[in-house]
Design a protein around this ligand. Structure first.
Ligand code: SF4
Length: 379
């Protein structure tokens, strides 16, 4: 089973915190679609004929696509790839693009899951982030999508910003849970280098984020979502049973995925490829857009497994390390994890080493401490 990710590199306006690849100039959209179709054709063998279980339109803002742009893309995917019956087809949508006719068209095209970039139900927060939508649109779009028959909806929420006191954070989570949507993705606001937010903070035009506020709001989030019946199945993702994102789960399980469009990554278990992150160059490349290919060494594959699996609720399987990397690597990993078990940041459950609630606060830091140096182990 494999997945396909399509990067739609256009946005209506630039959110201050964003470091994804996108352009706010939409005038290349017409040339982008043929280039994407061409890339699809040229790379149709990447997934080796495996059934395509998930398709994910991300970005950028895929909800900016018109129906006569989206339909040919989905039609071509079905022509070129063995899309499995019941495949999960997700479209990321922003609240300001959502309306009843568009929702109907998306459903007709085969989209069966929406990931909506709500971020907050408060205007003050949305303005601070420079989102293109307002609180009214954030609130109404979910109900509208449900009315049009979308049951499988996820929304993104951002916490830890200076305009979000704990009370508003609780109101955001309560509101999301109250809509009955089965999936939430919640991210701590990160100040990425060279973003508008970074510059504004450095020039003291915006208040910086507080790591203490972020940690506290993450702990609160874990309590609230657990009480509402959501499984915390990945550091940033929460789902009611049976409604995990199949697409994102396949990344975390190391399955093959093909990434199409500017800046998209592809992965086949052994190597990773990156597409050009420039719309004009991507279009000019006429489908041959791979800018970089990295063949992962066994140590890199092991470190990637540690990083990704520790972020999931299942954790890191010792028998999987033995199977893929040998018993010596597993013994060294268990020895290194011992200190985190003693400090209460990790626990052992049968074959698996998992992060505890306190450990989840430091997920990426703990994973990188457990990484193997190339010289340390003979894999
Ligand atoms: S809509 Fe999404 S991709 Fe576009 S600028 Fe905002 S956060 Fe970034």
């Amino acid at each position: 089973m494999a997945g396909i990710y399509l990067h739609i590199p256009f946005c209506r306006q630039a959110c201050h915190y964003c470091n994804f690849h996108f352009s706010t100039s939409l005038n290349r959209k017409n040339d982008f679609i043929p280039a994407l179709l061409k890339e699809m054709q040229l790379r149709k063998d990447y997934t080796g004929g495996e059934p395509i279980e998930t398709i994910y339109f991300g970005g950028g803002t895929p909800s900016l696509l018109e129906t006569d742009e989206l339909n040919p893309i989905i039609d071509r995917l079905h022509t070129l790839f063995p899309v499995a019956p019941g495949a999960e087809i997700t479209l990321e949508a922003n609240p300001d693009d959502i309306n009843a006719p568009k929702l109907r068209e998306w459903r007709k095209a085969g989209v069966n899951r929406l990931s909506i970039g709500v971020q907050s139900f408060f205007d003050e927060d949305l303005r601070w982030m420079n989102r293109a939508h307002d609180a009214g649109q954030a609130a109404s779009c979910i109900e509208m999508a449900q009315r049009e028959g979308f049951g499988n909806i996820s929304i993104d929420l951002i916490y830890g910003g200076p305009t979000l006191p704990d009370g508003n954070w609780k109101a955001n989570v309560d509101r999301a849970v109250g809509t009955g949507i089965p999936h939430l993705s919640c991210y701590a606001l990160t100040v990425e280098p060279r973003t508008a937010l970074d510059t504004m903070i450095q020039r003291q035009k915006k208040q910086d984020v507080s790591p203490e506020d972020q940690a506290r709001q993450f702990l609160l989030l874990m309590d609230w979502t657990a009480a509402a019946g959501y499984e915390h199945y990945e550091i940033s993702n929460f789902a009611v049973p049976g409604k995990r994102s199949r697409h994102n789960s396949s990344y975390w399980q190391g399955k093959t995925y093909l990434g199409l469009g500017p800046s998209a990554h592809s992965f086949n278990g052994k190597s990773r490829e990156w597409n050009l992150a420039n719309n004009a160059k991507y279009i000019a490349a006429e489908g041959s857009a791979i800018a970089e290919l990295e063949v992962l060494t066994p140590v890199q594959q092991l470190n990637e497994y540690i990083m990704i699996s520790l972020r999931t609720s299942e954790g890191c399987s010792v028998s999987e390390i033995i199977r893929r990397f040998g018993a010596a690597a597993a013994r060294e990993f268990e020895k290194n994890a011992g200190a985190y078990i003693l400090s209460g940041r990790m626990r052992r459950v049968d074959d698996r080493l998992q992060l505890t609630r306190e450990g989840k606060l430091l997920a990426d830091g703990i994973a990188s401490e457990l990484f193997f140096e190339p010289s340390h182990v003979d894999l």
